[in-house]
Design a protein around this ligand. Structure first.
Ligand code: UD1
Ligand code: MG
Length: 454
């Protein structure tokens, strides 16, 4: 049988792997080397959960972002190496009057617009580090940074309809076209991805490990779509869970592969090329950011990694699967809403409280000092307390709420599991993120068959 689909372009894949290795070594070396320069430039912070006061270099996400983006730029010729080869073939065949291949300009525009968004995210993140922009003001910023992605998505005639789950089909039909709303959703996705990592922060290694695990999850998901040789059933365990919704794992190399599947492979390769160096810089940086941290990522790292996820989610058309990898962040965001939207006081730092005598972290509190909580805020806090997500302090006489533990997943973990050391809390957070990803795969490939008939 003649393969209908070219095998994965191995030279490009190897180049991406090689550059990622370079990114790992570069981050490992440059972060400590440039730390003192950052401190000199006043880019430093105090570790809130330590007894010592030494300045820790902050915003080193800028180093990671620079390495990441430069290597992605360096990779461009490799990504299109296939076209150079066919271009040669084209000149030869052109003599016989047949032109067989066009340079894939649309792929180049996908790639370049992604770089543009990443650069914007770096700049905005760094500005945030330097000027400490208030979160209310920085929420909409990534929306602007996502415009190039949306235009390219439009130019590619990207789908704007969603598959309606089976139980709702009688009402909405099987496909629902969201039209311009879909673009609103995608631009909000970039805001969500960037900010949701940033607000799940404050303990050593938290931002970096979230980004690392999400990137690894995206890579695993991408690998499922590559045309593995017949019989190489990497996804067998997942396959057993249920019928995969979009792809027939394994065997696709030789099986009658449709044009649509070919595009799927291209898109997931694109995602791989963006995720592998990201994993590398995050892993390299985590080494220095791990407890006790010698460097802080700053908002720059949160913005760049978040934007990288939004970029691959949008450009490779798997934004809904991507959101499944953000389960802890979605939980943290929903929980945070009363503080973010002013119903409950939001202190500058919501990190857990450090007890210097025992070196343990306790849930930190937000107090209602100026005015008592509104009836709505009281209702929400009581519901959260019933669910065991917060501990409330009440006035003995009036019964009114005077304080609540801060509404973050870190404080929830401390409320549920009791005080613990910072390192243990980071490890617990990592376990939560990994569990979230496992659940995401089960929902995506196991349960999707129950809800969709794809
Ligand atoms: C977000 C959170 C804030 C949290 C902060 C911690 C919201 C709305 N904002 O604010 O509650 O306190 O992140 O990053 O949820 N730091 C540490 N240890 C670390 C990392 C950071 O002590 O491992 C401290 C350092 O003092 C550092 C500062 O946090 O200088 C950085 O905070 P910044 O990223 O500017 O805070 P925001 O992103 O605005
Ligand atoms: Mg931050």
């Amino acid at each position: 049988i003649r393969p209908l689909l070219d095998p994965v372009p191995l030279p490009a894949l190897y180049a991406s792997l090689g550059l990622s290795l370079f990114a790992l070594l570069g981050t490992l070396y440059l972060v400590p080397a440039l730390g003192p320069t950052f401190i000199q430039a006043d880019l430093k912070g105090r570790d809130l959960l330590k007894t010592y006061n030494d300045p820790i270099p902050e915003s080193l996400g800028l180093v990671c972002a620079s390495i990441y983006i430069l290597l992605l730029i360096l990779f461009i010729p490799f990504a299109f190496s296939d076209s150079f080869v066919t271009q040669k073939g084209r000149t030869e065949t052109a003599r016989h009057g047949i032109v067989i291949h066009e340079f894939p300009h649309h792929q180049l525009s996908v790639y370049l617009s992604s770089l543009l968004s990443l650069l914007m995210a770096t700049m905005l993140g760094f500005l945030d580090d330097v000027f400490d922009i208030r979160w209310r003001h920085k929420l909409p910023i990534p929306i602007i940074a996502s415009i190039p992605l949306l235009i390219v998505y439009y130019a590619e005639r990207g789908a704007t309809d969603v598959v309606v789950p089976l139980p709702l089909r009688w009402l909405l039909g099987s496909l629902l076209n969201l039209g311009p709303l879909y673009y609103v959703y995608m631009s909000l996705l970039s805001t969500f991805c960037t900010n949701s990592i940033n607000i799940l922060a404050g303990i050593n290694g938290s931002e970096t490990s979230q980004a690392l695990i999400i990137a690894l999850s995206v890579i695993v998901n991408d690998l499922l779509y590559l045309p593995w040789p017949v019989g190489f059933r990497i996804a067998l365990p997942l396959h057993l869970l249920g019928r995969p919704a979009e792809v027939d794992f394994g065997g696709t190399w030789h099986a009658g592969m449709a044009y649509g599947s070919r595009i799927l492979v291209e898109r997931h390769l694109f995602s791989l090329y963006f995720m592998m160096p990201l994993v590398a810089v995050c892993a390299g940086f985590l080494y220095h950011n791990w407890y006790p941290a010698r460097a802080f990522p700053g908002d720059t790292l949160c913005y760049v990694t978040g934007m990288a996820f939004a970029v691959v989610g949008i450009q490779a058309h798997f934004s809904k699967t991507l959101l499944l990898f953000f389960l802890p962040q979605i939980f943290n965001f929903v929980l945070s809403c009363p503080q973010l939207f002013g119903l409950v006081p939001c202190p500058r730092h919501r990190v857990p409280r450090f007890d210097s005598e025992t070196s343990l972290l306790h849930p930190s509190k937000a107090e209602f000092r100026e005015k008592p909580p509104s009836a709505f805020a009281t209702l929400i806090l009581r519901v959260f307390a019933t669910l065991g997500l917060v501990q409330l302090t009440t006035d003995e006489q009036t019964g009114a709420i005077t304080a609540t533990t801060n509404l973050t997943i870190l404080n929830v973990l401390l409320v549920r599991l009791g005080p613990m050391r910072e390192e243990s809390l980071t490890k617990t957070l990592i376990c939560t993120q990994v569990a979230g990803s496992v659940l995401a795969f089960i929902v995506r490939y196991g349960l999707a068959g129950l809800v969709y008939d794809g």
